[in-house]
Design a protein around this ligand. Sequence first.
Ligand SMILES: [Cu+2]
Length: 154
Amino acid sequence: MVLNKYLLAGFGLFLYLSQAVAGEVSISDAWARATAPGQDSATVALHITSQKEASIIAVSSAVAKTVEIHSMTHENGMMKMRALETFPLKAKHEVALGSDGNHIMLVGLKKQLNAGDSLILNLTLQFADKHKETIEVKAAVKPMSEQHEDSIQY
Ligand SMILES: [Cu+2]
């Protein structure tokens, strides 16, 4: 009897935890810019908020060989991009990747991204207690702008 009660309590706790996990991270406004024929990389912008301190430890997508998180810095008047191993998220702090210099970059695009398409990104987060969660995000492809990014150096 004691054992049964214990199991029941454990099951209840498990349900509670799964629900908490589901609501831990919210992602919105995910989008990518359409690409020109032959272009082999593209950036993805999105807003992400984690209720708990976490790190984005991996990003992948079926449309690219690799997906990296880049930081941009100005060096001698040039924009330089650097791939980050992990991207830290503060608790309850919204991060706008793609508009604050940091961005997600699809590298080695396997197909052209056309306006009106969408693509799926898988973001893997690790929390302070080491548990990991992979979140599927759908990003809309928006039309190309007139702006060129010729000044960006890899
Ligand atoms: Cu980049």
